[in-house]
Design a binder for this molecule. Structure first.
Ligand code: TXA
Ligand code: MG
Length: 330
């Protein structure tokens, strides 16, 4: 079992010794290690069971530290940073020499973020080194939004969890590529709504919304490997359906936005936001999937949420979770 702590200094000292520390951010818990040390970074991949072609996000406490990770911080990045940092936005920028290739999977770019969770910020300041941190889950599985979630999946593989309570945002950061000339490209919808970004920088390039039948994105995997289908999958098969159609048979769970028609036909029902608040739904999403996943169901059925604001990030995760299902629920 990992030790669940709230003392930032203990966590910072462990990181400085080259150990891994899972820590709270406002989006999801991250599995942190010093980004400058290849052996530490290699441990992150190993603990998660993550293929090394999937690059990591590097976390820093302020703009000055962010600038040291990149060779160029264009005006567009500066505008976005001013507006959304600290916060759930990750910027992909040209990588500085000093960052080991393992962090970026050999890409010439690096993903950078300043998280807004006060505990994460204190940790990053106290460590004084950039921290690589993917979500603290096993590769391809549901991201953790509490210390207990991390303990459940990685507790026997890591020593430390810095407990900052449940994550407020609940879905991962929005990832934006600004290494090319022209408008930025959305690599992953997340905690900062696309609309808020476009209000600052104008139209953003984005892959077409992926149809359910074919969850391949139009982005090459080596550009945004986290955009692979089959991410965020619970162990129970999940299907995205129209919930107004009554389920047929089986021990099924339902994951709904505001209400669940035919609720009595399901073994278990999770309503994410009765009042239709997408931010609240995002904050509840992964914990609700985990609760359903723990019930030994034959399947989970869910619906698509409104494709706006945080609904984009929610739908993205649901589509990917559903992708792995190979046999229809009947
Ligand atoms: O909210 C978050 O972003 C959380 C917390 C812990 O900060 N972290 C997180 O990390 O979600 P991870 O590793 O689960 O997702 C990182 C995403 C992946 O989709 C990865 O492919 C993409 O960022 N990424 C990282 N470096 C990249 C790069 N150089 N170019 C393009 N995409 C990159
Ligand atoms: Mg992840």
């Amino acid at each position: 079992m990992a030790r669940v702590i709230t003392d930032v200094s203990t966590a910072a000292a462990a990181l400085q010794r080259g150990e891994l520390v899972a820590f709270a951010t406002e989006t999801v818990y991250g599995l942190g290690g010093v980004a400058l040390w290849p052996e530490t970074v290699a441990q992150i991949f190993e603990v998660k069971g993550r293929p090394t072609f999937d690059p990591l996000i590097v976390h820093v406490p302020d703009l000055e530290a962010a600038r040291k990770l990149v060779t160029d911080f264009p005006p567009l990045a500066a505008r976005l940073a001013r507006e959304f940092w600290p916060g759930p936005l990750t910027l992909v920028l040209p990588k500085a020499e000093q960052i080991p290739d393992l962090v970026t999977s050999g890409l010439p770019s690096i993903a950078v973020r300043i998280p807004s969770h006060p505990l994460a910020l204190r940790l990053l300041r106290e460590v004084g080194l950039p921290i690589a941190a993917p979500s603290a889950n096993l590769f391809g599985r549901v991201s953790p939004t509490t210390a207990a979630h991390v303990q459940g999946q990685l507790g026997d593989r890591i020593e430390w969890i810095l407990d900052g309570g449940p994550c407020e945002v609940g879905v991962e950061s929005t990832v934006l590529n600004i290494t090319e000339t022209g408008p930025p490209t959305l690599l992953r919808p997340g905690g900062v709504p696309l609309e808020a970004i476009e209000a600052i920088v104008g139209p953003v390039r984005r892959p077409a919304v992926t149809p359910l039948e074919e969850t391949q994105t139009s982005i090459a995997p080596q550009l945004a490997p986290g955009c692979l289908p089959q991410h965020y999958a619970p162990l129970t098969p999940i299907s995205v359906l129209d919930l107004s159609v009554a389920p047929l048979r089986g021990r099924l769970g339902a994951l709904a936005f505001q209400h669940c028609p035919h609720a009595e036909r399901y073994f278990s029902v999770e309503i994410l936001s009765p009042h239709g608040n997408l931010a609240q739904a995002a904050a509840e999403l992964f914990a609700a999937i985990r609760r359903l996943d723990a019930k030994g169901l034959d399947g989970i059925v869910t619906e698509l949420f409104p494709e706006q604001g945080l609904g984009r990030a929610i739908n993205d995760r649901l589509r990917r979770a559903a992708h792995r299902e190979s046999t229809p629920i009947d």
